[in-house]
Design a protein around this ligand. Structure first.
Ligand SMILES: [Zn+2]
Length: 232
């Protein structure tokens, strides 16, 4: 029997995971993995011309279009942009998805961010992974999900103390990732911040660091860097 393989990315706002880990997710899809992108909020307060309702609807459409290119299934949780707090109620909703989907890998934000929603997402996702693994948390009678490996994606807003450890060569999916990226108006440079310039440059720099054209880099917790050897 072929083992079912599943990877899940949890972002604070629609576009966060597509920008920081989208190419890596697509690579997994092309290698037979089921891919899920969880959006805690739509990032609906990020446009000064449109109302949160209008921009939220637009972000949702953009995420769906990007997910199709990335061969991922999007999940939209009902929380509000700019108002995420670390609560067991939200962690439990993420844990519910983790137990339903049983991913082997979860990607989320790095801890030190200039955006409080991102920092909250880091804590919420870690808490959810803990709750999903412990049988004493009764979460809709769902089976526990254990031994999840988790990684932190490289996001321009989460760069303080971010130390890349695992690099994924994304050269062969770069163009598809760019198409997914540009499903978002902010990915096409509308709205002021040059997202594409930053992510394109950063993936090139990470590529140079490992001797390929483009790479996405991920941080891990310090304890996961331990290596057991008999000799150096
Ligand atoms: Zn964000």
């Amino acid at each position: 029997m072929v083992e079912r393989k599943c990877i899940m990315a949890v972002g604070a706002h629609s576009a966060d995971m597509e920008f920081s880990a989208g190419a890596t997710l697509l690579k997994h899809a092309l290698n037979g993995w089921e891919v899920h992108i969880v959006h805690l909020t739509l990032g609906e307060k990020g446009n000064h011309q449109l109302s949160p309702e209008e921009y939220g609807a637009q972000k949702r459409r953009e995420s769906e279009a990007a997910a199709e290119i990335l061969q991922a299934k999007p999940h939209f949780l009902p929380y509000k942009d700019g108002e995420l707090t670390v609560s067991d109620e939200i962690a439990c909703e993420i844990a519910k998805l983790i137990r339903k989907l049983q991913p082997q890998i979860v990607i989320t934000h790095w801890r030190d961010s200039i955006h409080t929603d991102h920092t909250a997402t880091y804590h919420l996702t870690r808490r959810a992974i803990f709750m999903a693994a412990n049988p004493h948390f009764d979460i809709d009678n769902l089976p526990t999900a254990r031994w999840i490996r988790f990684y932190y994606a490289e996001n321009w807003e989460d760069h303080e103390n971010f130390r890349p450890f695992v690099y994924v060569d994304i050269s062969d999916v770069f163009e598809d990732w760019e198409r997914a990226f540009k499903c978002f108006a902010i990915g096409r440079g509308e709205g002021g911040f040059p997202y594409w310039d930053w992510y394109q440059s950063q993936t090139r720099i990470r590529g140079i660091e490992i001797g390929v054209r483009y790479a996405q880099a991920f941080a891990v917790d310090d304890w996961r860097m331990r290596q057991k050897r008999d000799l150096l």
